[in-house]
Every structure is written in C-alpha cells, then in structure tokens.
Ligand binder design. Structure first.
Ligand SMILES: Nc1ncnc2c1ncn2[C@@H]1O[C@H](COP(=O)(O)OP(=O)(O)OP(=O)(O)O)[C@@H](O)[C@H]1O
Length: 365
C-alpha cells in the first residue's frame, strides 16, 4: 500500500460540514505506510470529537482488507485558516467537485522551488550550545500546533541532537526506494543521526556532507508540508553556505544567549545570511533568564545579547526564552524527556507566540 492506495481506500469518508470527501478537501494528511502499518491524520470540524471513534473504525475497516493490520489515526481540528481555504475553494469552483489528486512525490527541484509553496526557515547560531536545536524543535512544534504541516531537517551534521531530543530511537524505513521521515509530535523529522551507527561522531568530509543534505531534499518522501525548519550547524561553515545556496528563498532565525560573546559570534551567521540575500526573520534570545520558585528573575548569562544582535542585524528580537529548570526531575527521566516543552510551561507559551510572529513574517515575504 502506498499513499495513493490509502487515499483511494478511504475516499468514501466525507466531512459532515461540507458534505465532500475528506480526501478531496485535503483533510487526510501525513500519510505514512510501512508494510502492514499505516498512520495518517484526519482533520475534522471543531465540534466532531464525538465522531472520532467512528471515523477510526471506518478507516480500519477500509484498510484491513488491503493488508493493513495496524492503523494509527491522529485527529486534528480544522484551523480557521483551513476552514476559510475550504470555503474559498468552493466559492471559486462551485460547479466542479475538486478532482481527487494524490500528493505528488516532491523531487529535489520541486521541494525547494517556490511553486511547491513550502517555506523554509533555517535556525542558525554563531556557536554551539546556545540552544539552536531546542529552538528548532520547539518552534517547529509550535508551528504544527497552530495548524501548519511542518518538517524538520537536522542539518547539524556533526552535532545532530534532534533524534535524542525527540526521543527517536527507530530508523527511517524505505518505501519504493524513498526514505520515510520519522513522525513525532506532529512533525516529519529527518536527521543525519538516523544514518550513523549509535552515537559515533561523523567523520565525513565536505562532499559527503553536501550529499547528505541533497539526500534530505531529494530522496525523502515528505508528506504534504507548509514549512520546513532546518537546524543548521553552528557557525558559517560549508553546510550553512550550502543551505543558503540551494534554498535561495530560505528565511533565517538567529539564536543567541544574552551573553555579549555569543551575540558577537552569532552576528557572523547573520552576516552570512545577509550576504547571501536571505531574509532574517529575527533573533531568539535563549537562556535569557531564570525565574526562581519565589518568582524572582535572575539573569544568569548576562543581559542584552539578543537585543544587541537584533539591532546590529537591523531586525527584531522575536522572543526571550527563559531557562527551564530540570531540578527535582530524576536523571533518567530528564534524559528521556522530550525537549518539546510541556503544555502549560512558560516556554511553550513563548514558543506559541513566536510561531505566531513567524507566520506573520512569512506571510509578508
Ligand atoms: N531554555 C533552556 N533552558 C534549559 N536548558 C536549555 C534551554 N535551551 C537549551 N537548553 C539545553 O542546553 C543544551 C544545548 O542546547 P541545544 O542542543 O539546543 O543547543 P545547540 O545550540 O543546538 O547546540 P549544538 O549546536 O552544539 O548542537 C541542551 O542540553 C538543551 O536541553
């Protein structure tokens, strides 16, 4: 079974509000198949939570005769933007029901072409350890929470940390000679870490590294996407330059800590984006402060680095992320905890606001 087979098996399922097949409305998403396993996302109108079991049963019944014995169905609510898109598409084509079309397999040229509609955001920093990967993962998750379909490329080839941050132990499967991204937290994820044994350091040279990035763009069977967030290696090396050259319309977010040294080094990454004509969406200052249990704020790593970098790069300070204490959490739990900040945490709220700002900026590009 491939995506097209899954779509045709469930084409009879309709959206109650619009009385049209969910597949035609683009409300069946993130389809992944692996042997006798399939996973997909069903997007429903807001007041249909009581129908989820029914939809799931229908999908299981439709797929089991085709050899799919295990199905994972995620449910999402239609966002206001999606609802509007559905209404618009019906207004524009009142007489013609939308033609059912399986998502095309994006080739390298198509995924990075502006026509693909996929927007790219590279997350860069001057030096390692400032929280670039943490910002990548949490920004991507916040964008997904706001209804975007988001992919993550961990291009931090030597220091790939996203698999462990997202607790991904499995390796991507191949289907029709294409690499299936791993799905976590509603994101499609691909990382160099998936292709090296254990935690061994990567010892490849430049051309192999460039090949790995090309593979991520050309040989991965991405599901439908709105945005790809790229975790760049720290600094201004070959891979960062390669990303800038291969994806000319890639926007950039700079991550720094409040410390003046981090800010000074981060400005080099910003200069690289500027010289290659990439729009800088803004600066995220990470580890900005720590709020103790009494509510008192401590500037543990100095103050002002983010604002200074934003001023230097003539851009905006988009967010200041406080330090999250893992105090009181047992070491083994802390090691296996996902780096996506939990619901109700101060950090998650800030990332949700950051995602909103980023979406507004992307809409203006
Ligand atoms: N706001 C924060 N509060 C507490 N810990 C944080 C915060 N941001 C990041 N960290 C922790 O700091 C460490 C480094 O973060 P991260 O790996 O995201 O940095 P990085 O810039 O991507 O580093 P590298 O480029 O070396 O991979 C991680 O252990 C991460 O969990």
């Amino acid at each position: 079974m491939n995506k097209e087979d899954i779509i045709s098996a469930i084409v009879h399922l309709t959206d109650e509000e619009h009385q049209l097949p969910l597949t035609d409305l683009g409300l069946i998403r993130d389809i992944m198949t692996r042997g006798d396993y399939a996973a997909l996302t069903v997007t429903l109108s807001t007041d249909m939570s009581d129908k989820q079991e029914w939809y799931k049963d229908q999908i299981v019944q439709a797929l089991s005769p085709k050899g799919i014995t295990e199905v994972h169905v995620r449910f999402k609510e239609v966002s206001p933007r999606e609802r509007q898109e559905i209404v618009n598409s019906r207004i524009n084509k009142p007489a013609q029901p939308p033609v059912q079309k399986a998502p095309a397999m994006p080739a390298y040229a198509s995924i990075v072409s502006e026509e693909s509609g996929i927007q790219f955001i590279a997350v860069a920093s001057g030096k390692g350890g400032v929280g670039k990967s943490t910002v990548t993962v949490n920004l991507a998750a916040a964008l997904a929470r706001s209804g975007q379909r988001v992919g993550v490329i961990d291009a931090d080839i030597y220091g790939h940390s996203i698999p462990s941050m997202m607790n991904i132990d499995e390796r991507p499967q191949k289907h029709n000679n294409r690499i299936m991204p791993i799905e976590r937290e509603g994101l499609q994820v691909i990382s160099t870490g998936f292709f090296v044994a254990g935690n061994k350091p990567v010892v490849w040279r430049g051309p192999m590294l460039a090949k790995m990035f090309t593979t991520f763009l050309s040989e991965v069977e991405w599901g439908p996407l709105d945005i790809i967030v790229i975790d760049l290696p720290p600094g201004t090396g070959d891979i960062a330059l390669d990303v800038h050259q291969r994806i000319p319309h890639c926007a950039e977010i700079l991550v720094t800590t409040p410390h003046p040294t981090a800010q000074h080094v981060a400005s080099r990454a910003g200069e690289m984006a500027r010289q290659t004509n990439h729009p800088i969406l803004g600066v995220v200052e990470n580890m900005s402060y720590f709020t103790d249990p009494a509510g008192i704020r401590h500037d543990l790593f100095g103050r002002g680095g983010g604002a200074a970098l934003a001023e230097q790069m003539e851009t905006e300070l988009l967010a200041q992320i406080p330090i999250r204490s893992l105090g009181g959490i047992p070491l083994d739990e802390a090691q296996t905890a996902s780096s996506v900040y939990p619901e109700h945490s101060e950090q998650r709220k800030i990332f949700d606001e950051l995602a909103e700002k980023v979406l507004k900026q992307l809409a203006c590009l």
